[in-house]
Design a protein around this ligand. Structure first.
Ligand code: FAD
Ligand code: MLT
Ligand code: ZN
Length: 472
């Protein structure tokens, strides 16, 4: 990639206008420091285009001059995918000014939005129109829909609604050379050749910049039942998941598991949180049923179900949400687990997925191997049990400093990811690869798979200006 000359910088500033850019000496930390603070970068320019034409013009100019562009949404990603590198020659293209909700088509159950709309604003707009947009994750107050699509985000509703990929009907994308691809369709069925939008979804900004999207909406949740229960461990969680799936079918919307080590720091660092069971339990599950029909009594059904599971010994204690406030309080704990983990001051994250039925064996085996390598390692295995997606994170032992622990991180990652591979799993279930997992990906992906992916990259971005250093 080329140097950013003063001429290039001025031309880019002219494209986006006076209010559309920031540069040093402004404080650019929020654009250059990733959420976890483990791969901070540097940039000489952040452009904030106001519309698709400005995005396209920035890309055309950068493409002509060999300037690297890092597309950025809410910058909440876990793998450093939206962070520029340390050289200072990559510009950041933030979508934050493109936050219009363009249309809500209630009759067709779609919403058309600009890429920079914050996820929580989309959820809110859908609710105001009497619909549901079901993508839901802890970062929803700051992540943007363009980032959600570019990472194919998962979250806590995948069991019922699928990941971001299955919630999108159409896209508009600015291509590396400045052309605009208009795939902004509302169609539920369309077999005209390759489904190009699916290539941009999950591409982490390496194939084009998503500028608009058509999203699927669903009937609103008219009632819900939420429970926080104590379980013996991952095997009990699996048995309980199966029993709940058989009992409730698609009304089972969320099934999350957490060990005590995941929630203790939340209770300490997040004001207003308290343990739903009133005392520590080694393992817990957060389970939610939702339904569009007000008639069914889901709370009663869930209570009866847990009565049976208590007798069967799969559950040892539990609390049902008795009000919307209880429900919000339960979810607040779950949604802050990542923030709680940060307070341990050093951890390595493994965003694993394995076949659902293998989760208990996987957690067991990985833990044996990690403890054989580092006996004092603190393991927090939590998350989206219903999707086979466990965040198998290893926290710094108390007697190691952050720096000492990080020397061991490559070996710990290798141990866990080898184990994932043996279970036929994925080492990136929902977070992507970004900068921090690309080497690991290269190790596990078959050579011809990488060749096909690189060929696609070369086709869409022959000059390699889009988010270089990510994925490969
Ligand atoms: P960014 O971090 O800004 O960018 C992510 C990637 O997308 C980068 O490669 C970037 O270049 C690219 N990108 C961004 N916008 C565009 C665009 N318009 N066009 C092209 N490329 C673009 N993730 C989950 O999947 N499930 C969870 O449950 C979950 N929980 C989280 C909880 C917390 C507390 C936090 C901090 C993060 C969590 N995440 C979770 C990770 C993160 O929120 C998601 O990956 C989210 O989708 C990223 O959105 P963003 O707007 O912040 O994207
Ligand atoms: C979550 O499910 O809370 C996230 O994906 C964040 C994490 O892995 O820490
Ligand atoms: Zn997650």
């Amino acid at each position: 990639m080329n140097e950013l000359s003063n001429d290039i910088l001025s031309a880019l500033k002219d494209i986006v206008g006076e209010t559309g850019w920031q540069a040093p000496p402004d404080d650019l930390t929020r654009y250059t420091k990733d959420w976890r603070g483990i791969v901070p970068g540097v940039t000489s320019l952040v452009v904030k285009p106001a519309n698709t034409d400005e995005v396209a013009a920035v890309l055309a100019h950068c493409n002509a001059h060999g300037i690297a562009v890092v597309p950025q949404g809410g910058h909440t990603g876990m793998c450093g995918a939206a962070t520029p590198d340390a050289e200072g020659r990559q510009i950041v293209l933030s979508l934050e000014r493109m936050r219009k909700i363009i249309e809500i088509d209630a009759a067709g159950s779609t919403m058309t939005v600009e890429a920079g709309v914050v996820l929580a604003d989309i959820q809110q707009a859908a609710a105001e129109a009497g619909r549901l947009f079901p993508l839901s994750l802890g970062a929803q107050g700051s992540c943007q829909i363009g980032g959600n699509l570019s990472t194919n985000a998962g979250g806590v509703g995948v069991l019922r609604y699928g990941p971001a990929r299955s919630l999108c009907l159409g896209l508009e994308v600015a291509l590396a050379d400045g052309r605009i691809w208009n795939g902004l369709k509302k169609l539920r069925k369309d077999n005209t050749g390759y489904d190009l939008k699916q290539l941009f979804i999950g591409a982490e900004g390496t194939l084009g910049v998503i500028t608009r999207a058509v999203l699927k909406l669903f009937p609103p949740v008219r009632q819900s039942a939420t429970a926080w229960v104590a379980i013996a461990g991952p095997q009990a969680a699996l048995d309980l998941l199966n029993a709940a799936q058989v009992a409730f079918g698609e009304r089972l919307t969320a099934f999350e598991i957490m060990p005590d080590i995941a929630i203790q720091p939340v209770l300490q660092v997040v004001p207003g949180t308290r343990h739903p069971l009133g005392r520590a339990e080694p393992w817990m599950a957060l389970i939610e049923l939702t339904g569009p029909t007000p008639g069914d009594d889901l709370a009663e059904a869930l209570e009866a179900f847990f009565g049976e599971q208590l007798e069967a010994g799969l559950v040892s204690d539990g609390a049902l949400a008795r009000s919307e406030q209880d429900r919000a309080d339960f979810w607040a704990i779950r949604e802050h687990v990542a923030e709680g983990e940060q307070s341990y001051g050093g951890s390595t994250k493994h965003d694993t997925s394995v076949p659902v039925a293998d989760i208990p064996a996987f957690i067991d085996e990985a833990s044996k191997r990690v403890r054989a390598y580092m006996p004092e390692a603190r393991i927090t295995a939590f998350g989206h049990m219903g999707d086979g997606n466990i965040h198998y994170n290893v926290i710094r032992p108390e007697d190691l400093s952050f720096e000492e622990f990080y020397e061991h991180v490559p070996e710990i990652n290798r141990i866990v990811h080898d184990c994932v591979a043996e279970f036929g799993g994925s080492m990136s279930a929902e977070h992507g690869l970004g900068q921090i997992k690309k080497a690991e990906h290269a190790r596990y992906a078959p050579a011809h798979e990488l060749e096909m992916q690189k060929a696609l990259k070369a086709l869409f971005d022959p000059n390699g200006i889009l988010n270089p250093g990510k994925l490969f």
